[in-house]
Design a protein around this ligand. Structure first.
Ligand code: 5AD
Ligand code: SF4
Length: 472
């Protein structure tokens, strides 16, 4: 049976459920981790809606619960185990509740062993390479009343559909903005990172397919897209007709009706002059680059297998800023990589000042079994990691505040994201991704571009007064 037939079969089962119970079964999808998982959850939820499920408010109420998981750090996994533990008691009261675990966690052998040993109430398990087969797995579980576990080691090469996104059924968590995956996997093998092992080798989607998806999203009201990939700078290698990420950006910026284009993540070692020029020349591409540095110490960068030194990173920033003055640069930083000494950490504190980041995601190092770094013996004690982490966060917050302060009394272009029901209060984002709260008597809609005068700022947001709407 093809996937479409499984969708129809599950739909029939949902109709039967309705005949018996007087309501359609409820589903609850929770996502852990990155924006790529968010996008894949939208698609899983879309499939479920097509199959007849309705949205439930929470796990307790739902007849089917999906946890779309992340394994980049141990904390994310612990949260999922905690939730699965809780669902065990729910399942005693509701034995027909279907519990689904998918995404990155099941790609790890230890997780599968743990699920088999201690979480036997989980009904369906699948990984990152076969999410589009969810309707079949669900059908098998619902009709055969058995656990269904299907985790693949890589994409099935002759099954183009498996990497081409399961697009036909999708839902969106936000009306005006959407993520679009441009490539899967990662070939960089940073020594601490589990991603290449659970998401496989880099594989780019064709520009035609990406443009088709974006055109469909724009016709559906989307004004802003985030192009997603673990390392978008190496986009296009290996395609029948190879094209660069810069060329892709230029093509996408020609889509009528699209207002803003963002992308993440860029790897410093692959960011080309051509890409800098494309960001500069395409009006719709937001003047913001997320460029993970990870550490300021050359010794640690080498042990991380990042492929650049602190000096090279700073030189790259200089080139970017010379071409695009005022561009915002954000980053990722890991604290407490094995062997990190106080002097290495000082290098990190120093480089973030020199780089003048406008924001950063900061992480405490989490050993991931199977990565080279997990075998290193010189672990940094937890208390030291925490103490350095706090100092880093303080320094980053100060930089972020300083960045926001620059906007005080100026008029900025904001894309409206949300409004509160009663207070005429809106939130939106600047081109460089700073959150802005403002009031307006006008009935604004998510996706509108407006001018707002900034009247105040805090570390994580700014406050302003609405001036005018730039479009309708
Ligand atoms: N421990 C802590 N942080 C990690 N990251 C990736 N792997 C680990 C790990 N083992 C961080 C990196 C990466 C971001 C997505 O997650 O900073 O850029
Ligand atoms: Fe992980 Fe490095 Fe690939 Fe990013 S570039 S996903 S940190 S291996």
């Amino acid at each position: 049976m093809t996937d479409i037939l499984y969708i129809q079969q599950v739909k029939r089962l949902c109709d039967d459920f309705f005949s018996t119970n007087g309501y359609y079964p409820g589903m609850f999808v929770q996502t852990f981790g990155c924006q790529m998982n968010d996008r894949e959850s939208e698609k899983l939820q879309g499939l479920l809606l097509t199959m007849g499920y309705k949205e439930a408010c929470n796990e307790e109420e739902a007849d089917l619960v999906i946890y779309n998981t992340c394994c980049v750090r141990e904390n994310a996994e612990k949260r999922v185990y905690g939730k699965l533990g809780y669902l065990k008691s729910c399942k005693t009261k509701q034995p027909n509740k279907v519990i689904v675990l998918c995404g990155c966690m099941p790609q790890r052998e230890e997780v599968l062993t743990e699920i088999n040993r201690s979480y036997r109430h989980v009904d369906i398990v699948f990984g990152t390479f076969n999410k589009h087969h969810f309707p079949r797995l669900l059908f098998e579980h619902l009709t055969q009343h058995k656990r269904v576990i299907e985790v693949l080691e890589s994409h099935i090469e002759d099954e183009e559909y498996s990497i081409n996104e399961f697009d036909s059924q999708t839902t969106r968590f936000s009306p005006h903005k959407a993520g679009v995956t441009v490539m899967h996997g990662c070939d960089n093998y940073c020594s601490y990172c589990i991603v290449p092992y659970v998401r496989g080798r880099e594989k780019s989607r064709s520009p035609e397919e990406i443009l088709m998806e974006i055109n469909a999203l724009v016709s559906d009201g989307v004004k802003e897209i985030m192009l997603l990939g673990q390392n978008v700078n190496s986009y296009g290698q290996g395609l029948h007709n190879p094209i660069s990420f810069a060329e892709l950006l230029t093509l996408i910026s020609e889509v009528p009706g699209l207002r803003r284009i963002r992308f993440m993540t860029s790897h410093p070692k692959d960011l080309s002059i051509e890409l800098i020029e494309a960001i500069k020349n395409c009006n719709k591409v937001c003047k913001h680059i997320h460029l993970p540095i990870q550490s300021g110490s050359n010794r640690i960068l080498e042990a991380m297998n990042r492929g650049y030194t602190g000096k090279q990173y700073l030189e790259l920033l200089e080139r970017i800023r010379a071409a695009i003055p005022g561009i915002a640069i954000t980053t990722d930083i890991i604290v407490g990589f094995p062997g990190e000494e106080e002097t290495d950490f000082s290098d990190t504190l120093e480089i973030i000042q020199q780089a003048n980041f406008t924001g950063a995601y900061t992480f405490m190092y989490s050993p991931r079994k199977g990565t080279p770094a997990a075998d290193l013996m010189n672990e940094v004690p937890k208390e030291i990691i925490k103490e350095r982490f706090n100092r880093l966060v303080e320094a980053i917050n100060a930089l972020q505040s300083t960045h926001n302060k620059k906007y005080l009394n100026s008029t900025v272009e904001i894309m409206v994201e949300d409004k509160s029901d009663k207070l005429k209060c809106f939130t939106g984002r600047t081109d460089d991704n700073v959150l802005v709260h403002f009031e307006s008597e006008k009935d604004l809609t998510p996706g509108d571009l407006v001018h707002v005068k900034i009247t105040g700022y805090k570390t994580f947001y700014m406050i302003g007064d609405y001036i005018t709407t730039l479009n309708r």
